[in-house]
Design a protein around this ligand. Structure first.
Ligand SMILES: Nc1ncnc2c1ncn2[C@@H]1O[C@H](COP(=O)(O)OP(=O)(O)OP(=O)(O)O)[C@@H](O)[C@H]1O
Ligand SMILES: [Mg+2]
Length: 496
């Protein structure tokens, strides 16, 4: 193969091997010096900020020599080439007044060839080489070859610029997303009006400022994750990561590799080293959801990290130090689990530094109307609808219901209602059947205990009579004699 074609193919390969031109350009120069009688190759690029020419890579120059090699556009031969966009050849640099020899590296007789690096019509820099002085010959062929190589370098520089711009755009987007997430998880976005929630959130807001580990307790769907995120984003760690681990979702060995990461070859399938969530959360907050589901072995490992603030990756022996704040959550009764020997007491005391209990929705029904409005608004937007709210009857049903699935269940009910509702107001028919009055727990009336007891008794008897359609069966189900039931039926004026 023609020597020049071979050189070009080689350089093409180098430049397309990666976007990292800092790494690629020296290899390009090395090909030139290895295969041609060219030495001291230099690639100079225009700094877009200062508009100065800076030596990007140079072969055979020390760092100091490179540092000295700064030119203004128009200055020296390289400067002239960049300014004019035309190649220049100096047959004997010793004789050339334009040759500034800024780097002071050259001694002896050399020819100097310099060609522009172009990106489209713009000159982005120059490629120059020293050529052993061969007498008064034309360097036309060499200049042609260098011009082609310079065009290839120009392409690589352009691709790098595009990739840089892309990266900047992604970074900007990330910052924007971060702000959005921060906004979403502000304490201000937790909807409530009940004094009991106000109390809980006051505590959470205070602890956010400290470094203390937090244990969030509460039934499923009460908003533990929401509060955990709010604590993180109100804390001094807000700019650092908030990393979540769902402890219940993974089997023991997988969970440990998630938490602590692993070294290459730690187990079959570990083809590459992987950082664990502890490492990812460094400087930030690690949210361990469903901590009550941890196995004994994992409890031991977790305890060690909490005590010593260091751990090893699976299959590794290097200790890794981390600075992580832990927020745990559980719907289980950890105290009871400790008593039963199912949860280590030493771990419990470490994570239970600041317990926060989020009350179930049924204990703060004042929050329901606000939450309903909040979710109606949210799902209006998502579904492009304009539901104004809920009817009185529907709201009564929502308030009457017990919400075993708490706020999450309420959110699901409203999402569904917004979708199926064809009018301005969500009505009882838009709500699921299990919310209807007959499933609502006994609504006691009256203020004195005997009155309340009577009202419950009346309601229960009525239900049993409807259900069993016979006084005998109803009495049996209620644990009464038939005679007693007959008496009460009369008292409450119920018909069998
Ligand atoms: N006070 C609140 N204001 C607004 N949205 C809330 C509130 N409480 C909970 N939510 C919403 O309800 C849903 C459930 O909350 P979250 O996931 O935080 O509950 P959880 O306690 O972590 O539940 P689980 O134990 O099942 O994981 C989420 O979509 C959350 O945004
Ligand atoms: Mg949760």
């Amino acid at each position: 193969m023609d020597k020049k074609v071979k050189i070009l193919a080689e350089i093409g390969n180098i430049l397309s091997s990666s976007l990292d031109i800092e790494k690629n350009l020296p290899s390009v120069l090395k090909v030139l010096s290895d295969s041609l009688e060219m030495e001291r190759g230099t690639i100079t690029l225009v700094d877009p900020f200062t508009n100065e020419l800076k030596i990007e890579v140079a072969q055979g120059l020390t760092r100091e020599e490179k540092e000295r090699g700064k030119y203004k556009i128009g200055e020296g031969i390289t400067g002239k080439v960049v300014e004019s966009g035309e190649p220049m050849v100096v047959k004997d640099i010793g004789e050339e007044p334009l040759f500034l020899n800024r780097t002071q590296a050259r001694k002896g007789k050399f020819a100097f060839l310099c060609v522009p690096i172009k990106i489209g019509n713009k000159v982005a820099g120059a490629l120059s080489v020293d050529h052993l002085f061969k007498g008064d010959i034309s360097y036309e062929e060499d200049v042609k070859l260098l011009t082609i190589i310079a065009a290839m370098v120009g392409q690589a520089v352009k691709i790098r610029e595009l990739a840089e711009k892309d990266k900047q755009a992604v970074v900007a987007e990330n910052i924007q997303l971060k702000q959005q997430i921060k906004g979403k998880y502000k304490f201000g976005n937790i909807v409530f009006t009940s004094p009991i929630m106000e109390n809980v959130l006051d505590g959470a807001r205070q602890v956010a400022q400290s470094q203390a580990n937090v244990l969030l307790k509460g039934e499923s769907g009460t908003g533990k994750e929401l509060v955990a995120a709010a604590i993180h984003y109100a804390s001094p760690r807000a700019e650092r990561p908030f990393i979540k681990v769902a402890c219940a979702a993974l089997p023991e060995n997988l969970l440990e590799s998630e938490l602590f990461g692993y070294e290459r070859g730690a187990f079959t399938g570990a083809i590459e080293r992987k950082a664990g969530r502890f490492e990812m959360a460094d400087g930030g907050t690690l949210f361990l959801d469903e901590i009550g589901d941890l196995s004994h072995a994992t409890q031991v490992k977790l305890l060690r990290v909490l005590q010593e603030k260091e751990f090893e990756r699976l299959g590794g022996n290097k200790s890794i130090k981390v600075d992580v704040r832990i927020i745990c959550a559980t719907h289980r009764n950890l105290e009871k689990m400790v008593k039963e020997g199912k949860f280590r007491s030493d771990l419990f005391y470490r994570i239970n530094v600041f317990p926060v209990t989020i009350p179930p929705l049924r204990d703060r029904k004042e929050d329901i109307p606000l939450l309903v409005a909040h979710f109606t608004h949210k799902y209006n937007k998502e579904n492009n609808k304009k539901i104004e709210g809920v009817s009185r009857a529907a709201l009564d049903m929502l308030i009457g219901y017990d919400w075993p699935g708490n706020v999450r269940e309420l959110e699901n009910v409203i999402e569904r209602a917004v979708i199926v509702c064809g009018k301005e107001l969500i009505g009882p028919r838009d709500l699921p059947g299990n919310l209807s009055a007959k499933d609502v727990e006994v609504k006691a009336e009256g203020t004195t205990l005997p009155k309340i007891v009577e009202s419950i008794e009346k309601q229960k008897i009525e239900e049993a009579l409807i259900k069993y359609k016979s006084q005998r069966k109803a009495a049996k189900a209620l644990g009464l004699t038939e005679r007693m039931l007959g008496y009460k039926v009369k008292k409450y004026k119920l018909s069998a």
